[in-house]
Design a binder for this molecule. Structure first.
Ligand code: MYA
Ligand code: JJ1
Length: 385
């Protein structure tokens, strides 16, 4: 049933379950194919330069019109150009890991990789690999097996760099997830969520009751909470790397990477630190800005969603820290605050009135067998944007 995935080095397919933990196949650099995979006539490979305005616009439009939708096709992610530059131009990025397919100059397919260092299950397994994201094929040419060609081509380009593993997430299940996590949602603008069909009113509920239920104070509560600045990078890096050791899957961050991923960028990423004593950062919270287009609604075109990124609480109670995150997000104009049930999120989701959504997020490792086939959501320490 999985014509393509059957051929790939994934656990529990083709009796690969008898494997020992670690890489499933060992790669040989000299054996990596030197030339790109063949495309059918008129289709051509195209390395996207996101710093170029027109090319960034082309990726933006392809994704805006053809990327991920919810189960009922009511909402579609609308990643902004500045967001895509943040997500896809991190330190050390390779020019040929932003892979496009064009027909008559028009972009109809895309897949991206970025370099990451991932710890898997224990501190001995530190692996340089790629994080794959934004696989997209234009709606008009779906089901023609272009996706496997995109995947094979980026795999080749990663192999050429002598890297043999990948990490990625998807809403769907393909061979073979290493963890299944769930989305949770916290209403910030109850009226709008109902108007766009993101949430529905139960029999005994009214809009005004919901508004009252989800009401938030005007200002955050934690003394010393302020936006992260350049001078915080060293302390945030230490707090983050130390915290992430609690999990079975996590990235190792350099200070340069923390600068890139955490320094606030307008309409992309918000990070707030707690500076209690002069100069000492004890906690931080962060969320990214990913709106969804509302597909068929007379009144609203977009839903403004904040997504929980990484939060580290060493002095402030986590519930209080995340309550402040909700207040900040509300004040920045977001309609909903989303989080997965990963890391320590379970410690605040219920208490802060998040509700489980209808979407799942499956985590995958390419060409790696875990000691224990599945990780629990709370063992996952990575967030892909
Ligand atoms: S997840 C987000 C994926 N994007 C979307 O959902 C956007 C909307 N949908 C589309 O654009 C298309 O439907 C896509 C498929 C492009 C998804 N992950 O070309 P096809 C398999 C893995 O005829 P299309 C993200 O970005 C499918 O099972 N495989 O289908 C992470 C079937 O194979 P098999 C997927 O609908 C991506 C084959 O493709 C996915 O026209 C990680 C059908 O191809 C999926 N999300 O296009 C990719 N969807 O017959 C893997 C479909 O075997 C990376 N398929 O069942 C692997 C690591 C690579 C690097 C390794 C380095 C060492
Ligand atoms: O947003 C999602 N679901 C929402 C909307 C559902 C609309 C009908 N299908 C949801 N709402 C109900 C909760 C409500 C929130 C406010 C308070 C009261 C309760 O459940 C879902 C996640 O739950 N989103 C998606 O399905 C989008 C796709 C997710 C997969 C993403 C894959 C990306 C992979 C790339 O790395």
């Amino acid at each position: 049933p999985h014509q393509f995935w059957q051929t790939q080095p994934m656990p529990n397919i083709n009796e690969m379950d008898k494997l020992k933990p670690g890489p499933i196949q060992l790669g040989v650099l000299a054996e990596v194919r030197k030339d790109p995979f063949n495309l059918i006539e008129k289709y051509e490979w195209f390395n996207v330069d996101l710093r170029n305005e027109e090319q960034a616009q082309q990726v933006y439009t392809l994704l805006k019109e053809n990327y991920v939708e919810d189960d009922d096709n009511m909402f579609r992610f609308d990643y902004s150009i500045e967001f895509l530059r943040w997500a896809l131009l991190p330190p050390g990025q390779y020019a040929d890991w932003l892979v496009g397919v064009r027909v008559n100059q028009k972009l109809v397919g895309f897949i991206s990789g970025i370099p990451v260092t991932l710890f898997i299950e224990n501190q001995q397994n530190k692996v340089k690999m790629t994080e794959i994201n934004f696989l997209c094929v234009h709606k008009k040419i779906r089901s023609n097996r272009l996706a496997p060609v995109l995947i094979k081509e980026i795999t080749r380009r990663v192999h050429i760099k002598n890297m043999w593993q990948a990490v990625y997430t998807a809403g769907i299940v393909v061979p073979t997830p290493i963890s299944q996590t769930r989305y949770y949602h916290r209403s910030l603008n109850a009226k709008k969520l109902i108007e766009v069909g993101f949430s529905s009113l139960s029999a005994r509920q009214t809009i005004s009751r919901q508004q009252k239920l989800y009401k938030l104070p005007e200002e955050p509560k934690t003394p010393g909470l302020r936006p992260m600045k350049k001078k915080d990078v060293a302390q945030v890096t230490k707090l983050l790397n130390e915290y992430l050791k609690n999990f079975k899957l996590y990235f190792k961050y350099t200070e340069e990477e923390v600068k890139h991923w955490f320094l606030p960028r307008k309409d992309v990423i918000s990070t707030y630190v707690v500076e209690k004593e002069q100069g000492i950062v004890t906690d931080f919270l962060s969320f990214y800005n990913l709106p969804s287009q509302v597909i068929n609604n007379p009144k609203h075109t977009h839903l403004k969603a904040a997504y929980s990124y990484y939060n580290v609480a060493t002095q402030t109670p986590i519930v209080q820290l995340m309550y402040d995150a909700l207040i900040l997000a509300k004040n920045e104009g977001f309609d909903v605050f989303n989080a997965l049930d990963i890391m320590d999120n379970d410690k605040f989701l219920k208490e802060l009135m998040f509700c489980s959504g209808d979407g799942q997020l499956n985590y995958y490792l390419y060409n790696w067998k875990l000691e224990n086939d599945m990780l629990k959501p709370e063992e996952i320490g990575i967030v892909l944007v």
